[in-house]
Design a binder for this molecule. Sequence first.
Ligand code: THU
Length: 130
Amino acid sequence: MTDRELINLAFEASRKAYAPYSGYRVGAALECEGGAVFLGCNVENASYGATVCAERVAAAKAVSEGRRDFARIAVAASGDDYAMPCGVCRQFLYEFAPDMEVLAARGDGRYVSYRLRELLPKAFSPENLK
Ligand code: THU
């Protein structure tokens, strides 16, 4: 799948966002090795801290289906800024795939790409618990 196709899936997923409080609708499309894709959107809650980001919804769906081999994630939201994953989501993804690719798209469809390791340098990881 091309970057563009994965980003389009992330934008599609953002249409399912439940974001009545922030109004910021995020979609994520997580691709595993071999091409399986898991989608997520942000799910907000009246108790704001219970909100879950789009990336973590997608990652939890993948893990719960037995997939931990994350290769790429596209994150998309309308707006002028690239939809960069928050710190908690970076940590959550790093657990499984420190070298995965992260694509962050903005409303006009442009995107930037990083390795997760670049976005979370000197990370705390399972290695620290050995
Ligand atoms: N959000 C995400 O879904 N992903 C991120 O990486 C950043 C933030 C959501 C959470 C909340 O519903 C809204 O964006 C505003 O913070």
